[in-house]
Each structure stands twice: as C-alpha cells, then as structure tokens.
Write a protein that binds this ligand. Structure first.
Ligand SMILES: [Zn+2]
Length: 261
C-alpha cells in the first residue's frame, strides 16, 4: 500500500502569523502565507497524478500514479476560513486534524466549523487532545486518553465514529500506533517522509512530507509528482533530525523552543 501525503499546517494573511493555530515564531515556520499556499496548490494540482482522500486507500491499489493526500495539522482557524475554500476551488478535498482541547479557542476552528467541513466532504481526524510535545514518551494512560477522548469528542460532534488521526510533533512510535488502534483509529498519519504504508494492529500508518513556510512551490510539486530525488532529500534530513533528537534528547527540544511539527 502506497500513498503520497503532504503535510501542511496553517495558512495566514501576510505577516499575520498568530492569526491561526499555535502562536509563536517556531510555529510560524510551519505556516504558509496565503499567496504562497495558492502557488503550492496550483503547482501540486498540476503535478499530482491522482488526487484523493484516505478513504480511497486500498490494499490493492489500481495501477498508475499513487494517490496524493493533502493534510493539515493542528485545527487552526484557517482550515475553515481559508484553506477549505481554496482546496474546493481547485477540486480537492483535504484532511483536517483537530487538536480537540483547542476547539472553539481563539485562533482555532469551532465545533460548528468542523461539522461544516465534514459536510463539505473533507476528512476530519484527531490530532490528540492537548498536542503533547513528545507523544512517544507519554505514560500509557496519558497516551490512551489523548486518542480515546479526542476521537470521542469528534465523534460526538460529527455523529459518526472518527477513524483517522495524525501524530503531533512527528513523535511516532509503535506504542503510539498500538494505542491509536485500540482507540479505533484505522488510518494514522505520521511525519515520516515516506510513501510506504505499514499496518500496526489493523491501523494503517501513513507517512507524510512536511512543507514549511519557506518551502518553494516547486518542491511541493516535485513531491506530489512522486519524484524520487526530492523524497530522498526529505528522508535524509528527517533521519539527521532523528539522530540529533536521540543524541541531545530534551536539550534538542529546548533548543527548538516549540511543541510541534
Ligand atoms: Zn501539530
């Protein structure tokens, strides 16, 4: 099973970095200004062989280019106010991962908006309740709570089970997936830059390629087209970051002064 998933966060008006999602300069590096996102969307739309949503992911995919998924983490207000409109204008449906403790908070989507996004055909998933800095290090009961309560909040909101999630901060581990699976999640997005999908306890684990505020639209297009070179480059940097995290541990986190990816 293979899929090509792009990971975005918020989209804001020029310079208005704190208008959507988590505030601060570190968070801003994951946000795109509206004009930049419009360029990304045009480039990705031209390059993607097959657009889709995670519901179309099949064990035996049809021959041809892989499905391309557009995913948006954190549940910032721009999901509703900006991104969904732009996606629909370009013929896409997105995946919005909601940090449920922040529903209705300033800078984040409201419950009513989440219902509307789902009614418009976008995929709604959990991005945990509290956005832990390193989910892979959470105690078992905390981890269980993050997945079960967030999926149940969203299920109550939407009137149907929520089977999709994404891992905050890219802090993935097998235990994170096992706990997600036990909470009913069947499709779990990570930040591992890979097209390969693995299955853990019946939950399909799907990698994603991260786009930052300074990522050129051409890179997004190259990723969406499945070009190997640009995918390998992301993998190389990802592995380098993993080594830095392993060596420096908490010092690395303090250095980043941020809570997420
Ligand atoms: Zn996040």
């Amino acid at each position: 099973m293979r899929a090509l998933s792009l990971l975005y966060h918020d989209v804001v008006e020029p310079g208005d970095w704190d208008a959507s999602g988590f505030p601060g300069s570190a968070a801003a590096t994951y946000k795109l200004e509206r004009r930049a996102f419009e360029r990304h969307l045009a480039a990705v739309s031209a390059a993607a062989g097959r657009r889709g949503t995670v519901q179309q992911l099949a064990a035996a995919p049809p021959p041809g280019p892989p499905l391309v998924f557009l995913t948006f983490d954190d549940g910032g207000a721009s999901a509703y106010g900006c991104i969904a409109d732009l996606l629909e204008g370009a013929g896409w449906r997105g995946h919005f991962f909601i940090t449920t403790d922040y529903l209705d908070a300033p800078g984040f989507v409201t419950r009513r908006q989440v219902r509307d996004l789902a009614a418009r055909g976008h995929v709604i998933g959990s991005h945990s309740c509290s956005h832990p800095s390193r989910m892979s290090r959470c105690r078992p009961e905390h981890l269980r709570e993050e997945w079960t309560r967030s999926t149940s909040v969203l299920a109550d909101l939407l009137g149907e089970p929520v089977r999709v999630g994404s891992v905050p901060n890219g802090a993935f581990s097998r235990r994170v997936a096992v706990t997600a699976a036990a909470a009913g999640i069947r499709r779990l997005f990570t930040s591992e830059p890979t097209m390969r999908c693995d299955t853990v306890d019946g939950c399909v684990v799907i990698g994603r390629f991260l786009l930052r505020s300074n990522t050129p639209a051409e890179v997004a297009a190259a990723l969406a087209s499945g070009k190997l070179g640009v995918r390998l480059r992301q993998l190389w940097f990802w592995n380098l970051k993993k080594v830095a995290k392993a060596v420096a541990g908490d010092a690395y986190l303090a250095l980043r002064r941020t809570v997420y990816d």
